[in-house]
Design a protein around this ligand. Sequence first.
Ligand code: MIG
Length: 753
Amino acid sequence: MDNRFGKLISYEQNKNQIKVTYANGEVFFTVVKDDIIRVTVPYFCKDYISKAMEQDKSQDAEFSVQKSAEKVAIVTSKLQLVIADNFTTEFYSADGQLLVRDYCGDRTVEKRVSWETMEMLEAEGHDTSNLQEDQIRFQIVKTIEDGDDFYGLGDKSGFMNKKHYEYENWNSDLPQAHNEDFKALYKSVPILMCLKKSAAYGIFFDNTFRSKINLGKENPEYYFYTAEEGNLDYYFIAGTDLRDIVSGYTYLTGTTPLPQMWTLGYQQSRWGYECADDINYVVDNYRKEQIPLDVIHFDIDYMEHYKVFTWDEKNYGPKGELFDSLRARGVKPVTIIDPGTKLEKGYFMCDEGTEKGYFATDKDGDIYVNAVWPGDSNFPDFGREEVRNWWADKHQILVDMGVAGVWNDMNEPASFHGELPQDVVFYDEDRKTTHAEMHNLYGHLMSKSTFEGLKAQTGKRPFVITRACYAGTQKYSTVWTGDNQSLWHHLQMMIPQLCNLGLSGFAFCGTDVGGFGADCTPELLCRWIEAGCFSPLFRNHSAKGTKKQEPWRFGQEVVDINRKYIELRYKFLPYIYDLFYQGETTGLPVMRPLVLHYPNDPEVRDLNSEYLVGEAILVAPVLEQGVTRRMVYLPEGVWYDYWTGERVEGKQYILREAPIDVCPIYIKAGSLIPTYDVVQYVGEKPYDRVTLLATPGEARYTHFQDNGEDYAYQEGAYNLYEFVVDESEKLHTNMIHKGYTPYEEITIQWIGK
Ligand code: MIG
C-alpha cells in the first residue's frame, strides 16, 4: 500500500494487462500466466525491458476482472488478487487462502543516532550502514503471517531460512570473512520465496538499482523491499510449495542448461600457479595418485601483465603447447578473464576499445579509468550489443589456443581505487544510463557475451563460471560463491548458500572446496571434500600466499580420503547429469534443501547441515572440527545407509558414527540411481555400461544418455531409458527414445538387500 496513490477510481483492461487508475497515479497488473501476476509502477521508464528474461513470457491465461465497492479483483485458476485504495494488494490462492497482503500500519523505523555519534562509531571502525537513512524511490511493505519462512535470494550469506535478516542487492566484492550479518555478496538475485504453513509464494523484484529487503528484522510483523531508483516491478508467483515457486521463477528467467559432462568432473585451481611447470606438476600428481581430475584452472598468472586475451609465453611456453599436452592427459584448461582491460597504448584491447568507443565514460564523456590487476584499466560497456559481440569475438583467441571454458572474475565490477562512481556512463542498449542502473547487471551481461562467443566458436555447450550476476544469468553461466575462507563456518555456510542459489535458478553452483583465503588444515579439507562431493561445481581453489591446497600437501590419509570422495563423484556422474537434464525442463536444482521436498515437515524448515541430491540421495556431512559422529535427521519414508546398507526409518533423528573418512549418505527406499565405473577423467573410456544402484521397493527412473558435449541432443541424438523395478524386484528396461549408441550392458546392484 502507498498512501500517495489515494482512492481507486477505475480500471481498464487491455488484453492481459489491467491498468488501475487512482486519484494520484496508475498501476499496471499483468497476468503473465495463471499463477504469475506482474505488478508495475513505471516511475523510471515506461517500456523497460527486463534483462532477466529473454522475451515476453506472457501466455494466454484465462482470467476475470471484477470491480465491486472500490475494489478490483483479478481471478485466475490459481490465484486471486484484490486491489483497493492506496495501491493496497491482497493475494490469495485459488481456494481463498491468504498468501500475503500489504501491511497497512506505518513502518516502525528505529531512531537513528546523531551524526556525531555516527562519526565516532565510524572512526572506531564500526559498520554504520545500518544507521544511515535509506535512500528510497519506493517501498513495498507486506505482512509476515504466522508460520511464514523465507528462502531464495541467491548467494546471500547466513542460513537457509532468511526470516528476520536484512539484505541488499548491490554486487559486492568484500575481502573480509563472509558472515551471516553480511547484507550483500557478489550476486543480485532478487527472488524471495515464502513457504507458508500450507502454501507458498514467490516475489521476483525485477529492479537492478541498489535495493534492500528486510525480512522482519525491522519488525517481525512485516517485511519490506525498497529500491533507490527504477520502476516498481515485481512478479508474484503463487504455489503449493517451493517446487511451484522454483518452477514459476525459472519459467520467467530461464533454467540452467544441460552442461558438458566433463564440467561435472573434479577441478583443481589455485591463484599462483606461476608457470607451465607448476601446472604440469599438479596434473601429473593427480594422475600419479590416481585421483580423477578433469579440469585445471588458469588464474590471472597466465596473462602478460594481467592483460586479458594475452598469454605469457615466457613462463607458460608457446601458445597452445601446454594446453595440447594437458588435453593429451585428459585435462581441460579453463582460463580466467576479468573485465578490466589495461590502459596501455599499443595493447589491442585498449586500442580497439578506445577507438570504437566501447568503454564506459565519466559524466563528461572521457573514458573512465580505475585500477584493477593490470593497473589503470578501462571497463567495457557490456550493456551494448556491439560491445558484447566484440568481447565475444575475442574469445576466439582463447578457443584457438585450446581453452575449454572461461572463468569470469571481478565483474561486480570490482576496482581497487574505490567503487565506480554512480554517475559513470553505461548504456542499456541505446539508452544512455549510469553505473547505478547497470552495476548489478555487469556480470550478467559479461557472462552472456562470453556464453555467446564460446557457443558460436566451439559448437559445444559453453562452460562459463561467473562471480557476479543478476537474476537469469543461469542461462549463460555457472557460478561460484567467490572468496570464502578456510574456516569451519564457511564449510557450514556452503550448504545453505548453494541450496538457496539452487532455489534461485542456479542449479550449477559451487564453492571453493577447502576455502580460498586463510590456511586449510588436513581435517578441514577432508570434511570439505566429503561435504562438497555432490556440489554441482566441484573445484578446489585457494589464494596466493595461503597454504597450498592440493590433497597431497596434507599427507597420505588426506590423499586417500580425497580419492575416495572424488571417485564417489565420478561414480554418481550419470545421476548428476540426469538431474541437470531434468532441470533444464523443470528448473529444479541438483543440490536441494530438504524443505523443497518435505514442505510439511517442520523439522526441515531450518535445516542447514544436510542436503538432498535430487530426491534419492541425502547427504549429512560432518561440518565441525574434531567431530566424529553426528545427528542426522531423516525425513518421512525409509532410508538406506549408503555405506552399510542398513535400513533406517525416517521421521526421526539418528546418531551416525562418522570418523574422518566417513560422510553419512542415505538412499531413499525405492530408488534407482545410475552409476558409472570410475575413470581418471571424462572421456578416458567410453561410458558403455551403466550400473543401477537400487534400494528395496518398487521404483521407476528415467535416464538420459548422449555425447555429453554439444547440442546434438536437441536434434534427437540421445537415448532416454525408462527403468522399472516391479514388486518382485525385477528390472525392466524400456527405451523411450533412441538416438544414440546404447549401452552394451545394464546391471543392477542392490543396497540394503
Ligand atoms: O582480487 O584472480 O574470487 O577466485 O583467485 C582477487 C585472483 C582476484 C578473486 C577471485 C579469486 C581469484 C582472484 N580474484
